[in-house]
Ligand binder design. Structure first.
Ligand SMILES: [Zn+2]
Length: 128
């Protein structure tokens, strides 16, 4: 574990959003233990290693779980309700987070196939 990884957190997010701007879905993978780390971190939450490299992953998966937000307390999201936030199981074996777009909230189901799309420099998911 590196001595001070706290300052790396903004850098990890910047690199993640750079990939999103390119239309590329990436997930960090730990060189220490081999586990995927999602969302971006400065250090591996499993083993503490600071050696986390971004790897491209296929932007397809299925909804693991979701919630419909009817009243947001998040700045920037108030007024967009209702919207759907979900964890998505990717084929690579990692779970990714994001909003479901492109369908009505009541149409979202656990197990629904989805494909990544990028909105506001973040991965979102739409029905595949
Ligand atoms: Zn690790």
């Amino acid at each position: 574990m590196s001595a001070d990884t706290s300052t790396d957190q903004p850098a990890a997010w910047a690199a993640y959003q750079d990939a999103c701007r390119r239309g590329e879905l990436v997930v960090q993978r730990c060189a220490g233990c081999g586990r995927w780390v999602q969302l971006p971190e400065a250090a591996c939450p499993w083993c503490g290693s600071g050696e986390l490299a971004f790897e491209p992953v296929a932007g397809t998966g299925e909804v693991h779980t979701f919630t419909v937000v009817h009243r947001s307390f998040a700045p920037g999201y108030q007024g967009r309700e209702p919207y759907v936030m979900a964890w998505v199981d990717l084929a690579a074996g990692v779970r990714a987070f994001g909003h479901i777009v492109g369908c009505a909230p009541e149409e979202v189901r656990v197990g629904m196939p989805v494909r990544v799309t990028f909105v506001d420099e973040l991965p979102h998911w739409r029905p595949a």
